[in-house]
Design a binder for this molecule. Structure first.
Ligand code: HEC
Length: 149
């Protein structure tokens, strides 16, 4: 009985947090669109953080860098799943080409995941961050130029 109560409670908390995070993307009605935008936002926040460290406005902390690379890697890994279903919203910038050439879209997401993983395995110092940002950034660009309006 205790286990069951615990389970119910964690389900409530989980959905509470989910709704909170979903509704924080103001103006977007579609849940699928919201979720993929939130994920992209997380990727962007991590890139921004690494950029700050690279420029010296944040101190270099290898653990933090790795955590942010993990965030990028994870979100890239779920990108195909998040975009799998065709969903549009007036505020969405997603191009319909995504669903016309979904395999290519998936390949681009995988490429970002791989690049993040590669830097996760090699990053040791601040000097490497410039190259990491350039490498990661070229993946954003290659997908956005084709699939983001
Ligand atoms: C596989 C394709 C793909 C890759 C790789 C990708 N993006 Fe995106 N991104 C998209 C698409 C598509 C949208 C538009 C989503 C929408 O509006 O529904 C988007 C939207 C965004 C947005 C706007 C989110 C919002 O709230 O409207 C940001 C910020 C962003 N991407 C940052 C990045 C950064 C930074 C990278 C690289 C580190 C990256 N993306 C890599 C496809 C990609």
């Amino acid at each position: 009985m205790k286990f069951f109560k615990c389970l119910v409670l964690s389900v409530i908390v989980y959905f509470g947090l989910w709704i909170m995070s979903a509704t924080s993307h103001s103006g977007v009605e579609n849940e699928i669109v919201k979720a993929r935008m939130m994920s992209m936002k997380e990727i962007a926040a991590s890139m921004k953080y690494i950029g700050k460290v690279q420029r010296g406005t944040q101190p270099f902390d290898l653990n933090e860098i790795k955590k942010n690379l993990e965030t990028i890697k994870y979100n890239a890994s779920i990108t195909p799943k998040l975009f799998e279903k065709y969903a549009v919203d007036p505020l969405s910038e997603a191009g319909t080409e995504i669903w016309e050439t979904f395999d290519d879209f998936k390949t681009k997401a995988l490429q970002l995941e791989k690049t993040a993983d590669q830097f996760l395995n090699t990053v040791e110092n601040k000097e490497q961050l410039k190259e990491a940002l350039r490498g990661l950034g070229s993946n954003c660009k290659s997908c956005h130029s084709k699939y983001r309006n």
